[in-house]
Design a protein around this ligand. Structure first.
Ligand SMILES: Nc1ncnc2c1ncn2[C@@H]1O[C@H](COP(=O)(O)OP(=O)(O)O)[C@@H](O)[C@H]1O
Ligand SMILES: [Mg+2]
Length: 293
């Protein structure tokens, strides 16, 4: 596959690409994932916008029951990578990709697989909280059910609203005003509402793209606590530009980098602690120590 070749779409196995990633991936741990939790793996994921390649051969495993942080300077392809994981990339005009994304070992781009089903199992929380502003808190939380084709009785919905809001760390603040509109909440509360909305459809994976970048430090800490508690229920992949946050919340970390003439790749990945204290690649050391990006 060359830069000029027509990129395959939807994803399919492609033949020889260029050289392999700089740093070999760490071996998979012998311990098996916690019961009921799924992991996510990409194999040789390459992405284009039009003729421009923005990610190249990203092979990486996000382990079940862990929080994985994706770090790297702006423009290195972190958001694109996240959108590839839950089949949102293909909604972007001109976007193409190659490679495989395995959810619990099965390719989410397999022929016949429905994108809506993949997006239910792999939820996403965005940089700017995006609740339905005029819709009640209650209806915001259950808004994903219909889209996902999940039927529930009133009683089941009541239960789901409470459990989702509890898991998102918002229940105690809103339990007596579930009828108020989503737009009436503070930014940090809105983001937790969006987390609750994602959780209501029982995803196995939760993708978070800089979920705190629009929030103040107090709200940020609150979300970080929520994320830490969710780890036992859902596998989390979080993009963050905040190095302290990556160290506080994640167990594993991947450092992405693109240059003016090379598409985004993972320079180095591994346990967060090691990446920050003993990085193998000098570019990782420079980035985590704030010398660029
Ligand atoms: N919709 C799009 N159309 C064309 N190029 C895009 C689009 N979205 C992102 N890009 C380009 O792809 C590259 C990776 O972007 P992105 O994944 O947003 O990086 P990051 O999240 O790491 O900042 C950037 O060069 C960006 O300009
Ligand atoms: Mg981004």
């Amino acid at each position: 596959m060359t830069e000029t070749a027509q990129p395959p779409f939807p994803a399919q196995k492609s033949g020889a690409q260029d050289d392999p990633p700089t740093i070999p991936l760490p071996p998979l741990p012998a311990d098996s994932p916690p019961p009921g939790l799924s992991g996510l793996e990409t194999r040789d994921v390459t992405a284009w916008f039009g003729a421009r390649k923005v990610l190249e051969r990203v092979s990486f495993t996000m382990r079940a029951g862990e929080i994985t942080a994706l770090i790297g300077p702006s423009g290195c392809g972190k958001s694109t990578y996240l959108r590839i994981l839950n089949r949102m990339h293909e909604m972007v005009r001109g976007a193409a990709l190659a490679g495989e994304v395995l959810l619990a070992g099965e390719d989410v781009y397999a022929p016949g697989r429905r994108p809506a089903e993949v997006r239910r199992r792999i939820g996403m929380v965005f940089q700017r909280p995006n609740p339905f502003p005029a819709m009640s808190l209650y209806d915001n939380v259950v808004s994903g059910l219909k889209l996902s084709g999940i039927r529930a009785t009133r009683e089941e919905r009541d239960h789901l609203v409470e459990s989702s809001l509890r898991q998102a760390g918002l229940w105690s603040e809103v339990s007596n005003r579930l009828g108020t509109p989503g737009g009436a909440l503070s930014g940090g509360q809105q983001q937790r509402l969006c987390i609750a909305r994602s959780l209501a459809v029982s995803p196995e994976i939760l993708l978070m793209d800089e979920p705190c970048s629009a929030l103040d430090p107090t709200s940020t800490r609150r979300i970080e606590e929520t994320i830490a508690e969710l780890r036992h229920r859902v596998t989390i992949v979080i993009v963050t530009h905040n190095m302290q946050q990556a160290q506080r919340v994640s167990q594993s970390c991947a450092f992405f980098l693109a240059t003016h003439d090379t598409p985004g790749r993972i320079v180095e990945s591994g346990p967060t602690e090691r990446l920050f204290t003993d990085p193998a690649d000098p570019r990782t050391a420079d980035y985590v120590n704030g010398r660029f990006g």
